[in-house]
Ligand binder design. Structure first.
Ligand code: RFL
Ligand code: PHB
Length: 390
């Protein structure tokens, strides 16, 4: 079997890249380790930058997002028992974000791929990118006990943080940068109306909390928790009590509680692998970098990588120029590092670290106070939150 681009991983990166390439007449095969329902069962991101919204439109997958997604013009920061709104649109000349779940984005992209009759191999085991240091790369995988081989021009490693692509890069050719944070996020989904019509990011001496949503009747909430906590340690009642304690009274009293139908704990980490290209293999999205979710940047970075790679590959096939693919790694990394910085900064400012003492807490509150009362500082947050230009 042969195709032009083998895409490893059918998360948002792989699916979006596949769709944009297909629209330009470029042939792809996606190899995915697990099945479709497993991919769709992962509850993750919820905030899309305008650039990602535009890219989904360009891919022809934006209709349901525009019908059901919630455009937001602002967010609130909560500290010292009060809410402080950051007017994202007002501070950025009208830019906003779209609240629309990653699960829904993935669903829309999968439906489009299926409708177009494009090939995705689910349950592909032992996927291995090979020969990418030559002009004739190929990928092998096993399915139902049979080994298959797909020859291609390029390999796109869209297989997430634990994928095989980054691990296949020659050890001496890759450098990684990492920061692990000494806490996690416990997140729940519940069929209850959100506490506010916009997101609330709360700094509290007991720890960080976030009020988010998926729709007018479905809420997504998070609280910072110790890394060794187990989901079983957290009954719904304990979660709701802890969440309300960390919010200002005006928000806490608007929290509607109910049974959760998803509950999980995620560790927080910053990670970057450089470069993002090894011969004819590219790393895309979480395969190359991870950010803590505090800045809502992970999925959006995946989308910006896709955009740079899609441009490069289109240029290669349409104009026979390697300029775009040659520039991919440097272009992507330049934007990645700015989002890594922003996510690290938001995380540092909003969480209680084990060594945060009362002095540290006051410094955080002073920084937040400055942030919400200085238009320049608010504008810097807003500019990064809505997404830096591609
Ligand atoms: P994914 O989504 O991990 O998809 C990778 C796919 O590759 C498959 N795979 C393999 N396939 C074949 N062979 C192998 N050897 C394979 N190994 C893995 C996997 O099964 C999977 O299907 O990576 P991708 O596509 O790069 O997308 C990245 C995003 O998923 C991620 O950045 C975001 O979810 C991060 N994130 C957030 N990002 C935002 O922009 N805004 C947010 O509000 C936001 N909130 C979050 C988040 C991530 C979270 N968690 C759980 C990490 C909130 C949370 C709690
Ligand atoms: C979410 O809705 O899951 C979400 C929103 C904002 C974040 C992280 C996660 O910063």
């Amino acid at each position: 079997m042969r195709t032009q681009v083998v895409i490893i991983g059918s998360g948002p990166s792989g699916l979006l890249l596949g769709q944009l390439l297909a629209n330009s007449g470029i042939d792809t095969v996606i190899l995915e380790r697990v099945d479709r329902d497993y991919v769709l069962g992962r509850v993750r991101a919820g905030v899309l930058e305008q650039g990602m919204v535009d890219l989904l439109d360009e891919a022809g997958c934006g209709a349901r997002m525009h019908a059901e997604g919630l455009p937001h013009d602002g967010i609130s920061l909560a500290f010292d028992s009060r809410l402080h709104r950051i007017d994202l649109a007002g501070l950025t000349g009208g830019k906003r974000v779209m609240v629309y779940g990653q699960t829904e984005v993935t669903h829309d992209l999968m439906d489009k791929r299926e409708a177009a009759g494009l090939t995705t191999v689910y349950d592909a085991k032992n996927v291995l990118p090979q020969g990418f240091d030559t002009d004739t790369p190929f990928v092998t995988y096993e399915k139902d006990g049979v080994t298959h081989r797909i020859g291609c021009d390029f390999i796109a490693g869209c297989d997430g943080f634990h994928g095989v692509s980054r691990k296949s890069a020659p050890a001496g050719a890759i450098k990684t940068y990492e920061r692990a944070y000494p806490f996690g996020w416990l997140g729940i989904l519940a069929e209850v109306p959100p506490a506010d019509h916009e997101l609330i990011y709360a700094n509290h001496p007991r720890g960080f909390a976030l009020c988010s949503m998926r729709s007018a009747h479905r809420s997504r909430y998070y609280v910072q928790c110790p890394l060794d906590d187990k989901v079983e340690d957290w009954s719904d009642d304990r979660f709701w009590d802890e969440l309300r304690r960390r919010l200002p009274p005006v928000a806490a009293e608007r929290v509607v509680t109910g049974a959760s139908f998803e509950k999980s704990i995620a560790p927080l980490r910053s990670f970057v692998a450089e470069p993002m290209r090894f011969g004819r293999m590219f790393l895309v999205g979480d395969a190359a970098h991870i950010v803590p979710p505090t800045g809502a940047k992970g999925l959006n970075l995946a989308a910006s990588d896709v955009r740079y790679l899609y441009w490069g590959l289109r240029e290669f096939y349409q104009e026979r120029s390697t300029a775009g693919v040659d520039a991919y790694s440097a272009r992507a990394l330049s934007r990645v590092w700015k989002a890594v910085r922003f996510s690290w900064w938001m995380t540092t400012m909003l969480h209680r670290f084990p060594d945060t003492d009362d002095f540290g807490q006051r410094i955080q509150e002073a920084e937040l106070d400055y942030l919400v009362h200085s238009e320049a500082a608010s504008a810097a947050l807003a500019e990064n939150y809505v997404g830096l230009p591609y």
